[in-house]
Design a protein around this ligand. Sequence first.
Ligand code: DP6
Length: 331
Amino acid sequence: MVSAQSFVQRILKNQPDEPVVAKASVYAPANIALIKYWGKRDILLNLPNTASLSISLGKKGTHTEISRASGDADEIILNDQLLSCDNFFVTRLQQYLDLFRPHPQFYFSVQTLSTVPVAAGLASSASGFAAMILALRQFFGWSLPEYQLSLLARLGSGSACRSLWQGFVYWQQGEAADGFDSYAMPLADTWPDLRIGLVIISDKAKATSSRDGMLHTVKTSPLYTIWPEVVAADLARIRPAISSRDFTALGEVAEGNAMAMHATALAARPGVCYSLPQTIAMMQKVWELRGSGVEVYFTQDAGPNLKLLFLAKDSEVMQQVFSDMVVIAPF
Ligand code: DP6
């Protein structure tokens, strides 16, 4: 079994390990999966059971600055708040930073600003770890091909490997036991009329993280066995939908894929339910709107918030119906 440490060492073998700048400053967008990553074949390396496909969220994401800490501990500031070392976010980030310290007494000062609610199922860990690997590259002056940065971001959070680019991004699952062929790549397709609406039902941290939720689903859900087939069929349909800008096909597949993912989680023992009553009410509103001729679809990650997919021509009516909605034009 390959450890995360040896995985990193193999990639950084010939790279500098002393800072080349005093401070690195970067940005990475959040991303929303249209075809979900849900379940791993290797937990240490975040190797997925299936491929997935996402769209990045433009200016919604994570700004990160890193420098060398002056004291003898990491200093982690999230959204202008200094976090204590027993904070869950700090522990997870430090474990990741451990993979990249030139020596054990090298401490980082990290300042990170998220423009999406942290832990609300809005992919903040994805942009967070993608920004962190971009910051580390700038700080140490690594010269690495982009796919290797994607491999390194994946170790922090699987979905982070897709957050290094804007637009549509495809994460190929890979087959190698060492995990070197499981990375993301941007698709050349653009879609200027595509809109994503974020409606925040709750920005409280979720009860079950996506990490725990997918692990538990893989282990206990009798419906999980069919998931890889669902993903393969959905990918086969969504790729041409993207190339030909067939919005109906894109929306149907994305919504169906999200529902299928949640069905696997609901059927776990005990079941994992990420929806709140407001989530279901909002789904019904989407279906009603669609029935009345406004073409809108939703997707949902490991949290209660829905992300809406629609076209620019319907922006006005959508904003009237969902007055608190933040609209993103990804292209
Ligand atoms: C539902 O990437 O957060 O958002 O690899 O354990 O960090 P870890 O999981 P994470 O899972 C994301 C799950 C999802 C679907 C997706 O983004 O593809």
